[in-house]
Design a protein around this ligand. Structure first.
Ligand code: GLC
Ligand code: CA
Length: 546
């Protein structure tokens, strides 16, 4: 496998609105991020995926962009953005910008032009269709944020497509002028010295609208290859595409080296399997280790020699990792460390979502009006109108709503968690007095120092980066274990995914193994006996053969 500079890197995702507020307006901003670069350097990460900071009316917190080459006033200025890029680079940290080009904001000048008339030169930047025979939308395509995916434009008597909010019209990727504009914009960002792009819902850009095939359309891979050639392919950028539709076979197309598309994609198999078949994320299924193991193994195996995995438990659209896959109560610390070890000891590039490194948890606002996320708010209204009860929807939002990840970063135990001196745009999680960065820095045994250690281990031990993944104890219902093997080195990783004390029988051929314990969340172990007693959520990685 061809080695890349970012293979042993760890990415940290920043959701700017919720990271650090520097001026007391209650909204996180670029200067706030700059003030925390030393913290990130200490953690050891080399890449920041920065969720959108571009100019935007903030209908979807910045995923609705009205100017790709300006910064939202509430986040700062372009000069501050350039300073962030430069100051990060001094610390060997590169910024991945969030490329949101499936759609723009309805306030983008292209869309404002497009609305002016059917023969405006920008009309064809978007996707227009005539009404159906009854005057209604062209088809029954449903928006991810509720309601029809078509919005009527009175002036022209046509509908435009929006897969997300009505204020996020879809760009028309069948128009070569759209390619040219987007490529030029990307090149101008690359020229500013960024490290690459995270590509928002990139699997939707090749859509076949009339066939209602939105994800993975026939032009998708050709469009990405063309983008690669015209922009980032010339340099050493890192690119990660968000692809909810991706199967392992698709991921090989996106990230196979000779394909010249992307470095890797985010796939969501391990997330979607805990959603209800019909109600989706709004009816959560309990975590179940067997299917989780099966999915992770499937992806590790499929991309073993070609392509590259991205590894993540959470992001700004998902619940908190420890709440979803671990235990946010008594075993919060142990389970958060276990999840961290599991993540960093798989093959691929780990992504840490802000706050995960201190074990931040989901939030439970009691009333719907404390929520801010457009998706939760719209779907709450829509599902209630369809007869779903308030209680059921609140349960869904508590389990899987996007605001779980968007409560302010918990820096210390001062009011509003040290995130702002003003009123935060969304209520701080009340557990900040206990769970915060200052406390974590002061406690040598904290989740934070555990993450820091893992990030460093990936730099030190090639087996963590390039070692083959081999499942161990596959049928075990409570333990997720695997071996990483590179040349003569073997790393055994054992994770108890339950709150129970377990007696684990060690497979015969491993019974006399011993070596160096690289990381653990209880007393370090340096040898395996015939059986071992595992503590709740115990996890460790043992390096054998040194
Ligand atoms: C992606 C983003 C999400 C956003 C959506 C529309 O899924 O991660 O936050 O709402 O795309 O841009
Ligand atoms: Ca601010």
């Amino acid at each position: 496998m061809e080695k890349k500079w970012w293979h042993n890197a760890v990415v940290y995702q920043i959701y700017p609105r919720s990271f650090m507020d520097s001026n007391g307006d209650g909204i996180g901003d670029i200067n706030g991020i700059i003030s925390k670069l030393d913290y990130l350097q200490q953690l050891g990460i080399n890449l920041i995926w920065l969720s959108p900071v571009y100019r935007s009316p903030m209908d979807d917190n910045g995923y609705d962009i009205s100017d790709y080459e300006d910064i939202a006033a509430e986040f700062g200025t372009m000069a501050q953005m350039e300073s962030l890029i430069a100051q990060a680079k001094q610390r060997d940290i590169h910024i991945l910008m969030d490329l949101v080009v499936n759609h723009t904001s309805d306030e983008h000048p292209w869309f404002i032009e497009a609305l002016k008339s059917k023969d405006n030169p920008y009309r064809d930047f978007y996707i227009w269709r005539k009404p159906a025979a009854d005057g209604g939308p062209p088809n029954d395509f449903h928006s991810y944020f509720g309601g029809s995916g078509w919005a009527f434009d009175e002036a022209s008597g046509e509908y435009y497509l929006h897969q997300f909010s009505v204020r996020q019209p879809d760009l028309n990727w069948e128009n070569p002028r759209v390619h040219a504009e987007v490529h030029a914009m990307m090149n101008r960002w690359l020229a500013k010295g960024i490290g690459g792009f995270r590509m928002d819902v990139i699997d939707l850009i090749g859509k076949e609208v009339d066939a209602q095939k939105m994800a993975n359309g026939k032009n998708l891979h050709a469009l990405i290859r063309q983008m690669n050639r015209a922009t980032f392919g010339k340099g050493d950028a890192v690119t990660v595409g968000e692809a909810w539709s991706a199967t392992p076979a698709d991921a090989l197309l996106y990230s196979g080296v000779e394909r010249e598309e992307l470095s890797m994609v985010f796939q969501f198999d391990h997330i979607k399997q805990f959603w209800d078949e019909h109600a989706g994320k709004w009816r959560s299924k309990p975590f179940e280790l067997a299917s989780f193991k099966a999915v992770i193994e499937k992806w590790q195996t499929a991309l073993a020699h070609q392509g590259w995995n991205s590894l993540f438990w959470s992001n700004h659209d998902l619940p908190r990792a420890v709440s979803k896959f671990g235990d946010e109560g008594e075993f919060r610390v142990a389970s958060a460390k276990m999840l961290a070890t599991a993540l960093h000891c798989l093959k691929g590039t780990p992504y840490i979502y802000q706050g995960e490194e201190i074990g931040m948890t989901n939030v439970r606002y009691e009333t719907i009006d404390e929520y801010r996320d457009i998706e939760s708010l719209n779907l709450y209204q829509e599902r209630l109108a369809e007869g779903v009860s308030h209680e059921e929807m609140m349960q869904g939002i508590h389990a899987n709503g996007r605001d779980n990840a968007r409560t302010p970063m918990q820096w210390d135990d001062s009011p509003n968690a040290g995130f702002t001196t003003g009123t935060p745009w969304i209520t701080v999680n009340p557990n900040y007095r206990e769970i915060n960065v200052a406390a974590a820095l002061a406690e040598p045994d904290s989740i934070l120092w555990h993450y820091q250690k893992l990030v460093a281990l990936r730099k030190q031990y090639p087996v963590l980066v390039y070692g083959d993944f081999q499942p161990v104890l596959r049928e075990h219902p409570q333990v997720f274990a695997w071996l990483r093997a590179l040349d003569s080195e073997r790393l055994l990783v054992i994770n108890n995914f339950t709150a129970e004390h377990l007696t684990l029988d060690i497979p015969h051929q491993m019974q006399n193994w011993h070596g160096e314990c690289l990381i653990s969340n209880y007393a370090p172990r340096d040898r395996l006996a015939v059986s071992i007693e595992l503590q709740p959520y115990e996890s460790f990685a043992l390096l054998i053969g040194r």
